[in-house]
Design a protein around this ligand. Structure first.
Ligand code: HEC
Length: 286
């Protein structure tokens, strides 16, 4: 919104002093992730008030609601994702048929993996996600890839996330190609869709900290710190793209496929917005 106002203001000034429309357009298409992030954080600071620390939003709605938070803290004492975490560790240690293992793809130090993702790869001009690289590793070693949204991929991703807790998100587009992916994700995030004609931002920015059908809406800042997530509703762990699909369906829009370019771009945008925040996955949610 702020950006729109700025653009409108620039155009008005441009018209007033007779700037060529080309110059105005160049200004309009500038992609500036750092400025966007600052505006995003400032919005939430104002919207949520002084009592809520932005960095606590890594805990989603539990940063907003004290009663829900204390229930959640009890749940986290015996985390519902514990069994899956153990399964993830077994997968990590298991040898492939060729004698190699995930450590041959990712490096031996599990705690260093989570914070490398997602990133933009300049050569292939795509967004590389943790889940994408898990399946790439399997394929490169002649193994069958995992299904994308739950099961083994979520178990292993949960183990890697757990070992990487406490590290900070560093995802940041630096090249023009990377910025184009970021911009694609940003447009997805702010685009109205589905029969309800609602954007991600309608629920998770402008109406965050308000209730919808009994659910408190989480702020989008910090959305990606804690995936995969164990949802009571699912009864198991699911990846971020599984959640994206669910949120698309909520507004009666057709979900995209997990690891589609649309969701990879959206993931990339969300990580850039939460750059600097702490990884604390896997999470537990309603
Ligand atoms: C109609 C409102 C609505 C829209 C639109 C919507 N969501 Fe959600 N979303 C929810 C609700 C309700 C929840 C569960 C409560 C919560 O954590 O916010 C949720 C949860 C989430 C979560 C999990 C938060 C956590 O802490 O684990 C993510 C991530 C998310 N949404 C992303 C998105 C994205 C990205 C879009 C756009 C594609 C989107 N949502 C669109 C209602 C919505």
């Amino acid at each position: 919104m702020k950006k729109l106002i700025t653009t409108a203001a620039v155009m008005a000034i441009g018209a007033a002093i007779g700037l060529s429309s080309m110059a105005v357009q160049a200004k309009e298409t500038t992609i500036d992730p750092a400025a966007d992030r600052e505006a995003f954080r400032n919005f939430f600071k104002k919207h949520l008030g002084d009592k809520i620390k932005l960095d606590d939003l890594k805990d989603g709605v539990y940063a907003l609601d004290e009663d829900a938070r204390s229930q959640w803290e009890e749940i986290e004492e015996f985390p519902p994702y514990e069994i899956e975490l153990d399964k993830g560790e077994e997968l990590w240690n298991k040898k492939f048929k060729n004698g190699k293992s995930f450590a041959d793809c990712f490096g031996k130090d599990v705690s260093k993996i989570r914070a490398k993702y997602p990133y933009h790869d300049e050569k292939t001009d795509t967004i590389v996600t943790l889940e994408g690289d898990i399946n790439k590793c399997l394929k490169d070693n002649g193994e069958k890839p995992f299904k994308w949204k739950k099961g083994k991929i979520a178990d292993l991703s949960a183990y890697i996330s757990y070992e990487g807790r406490g590290q900070k998100i560093t995802t940041e587009p630096k090249t023009d190609k990377a910025k184009a992916w970021y911009d694609k994700g940003k447009k997805f995030f702010y685009a109205k869709r589905g029969q309800l004609n609602m954007a991600c931002a309608d629920c998770h920015v402008y109406n965050s900290n308000r209730r919808i059908r009994g659910d408190l809406l989480s702020p989008a800042l910090g959305h990606v710190t804690h995936f995969p997530v164990f949802r009571s509703k699912w009864g198991n762990l699911g990846t971020l793209h599984r959640r994206y699909g669910g949120c698309n369906k909520q507004v009666r829009a057709k979900p995209f496929k997990a690891q589609s370019d649309e969701y990879k771009a959206l993931e990339y945008f969300q990580y850039v917005m939460s750059n600097g925040m702490e990884f604390n996955g896997p999470g537990a949610r309603k």
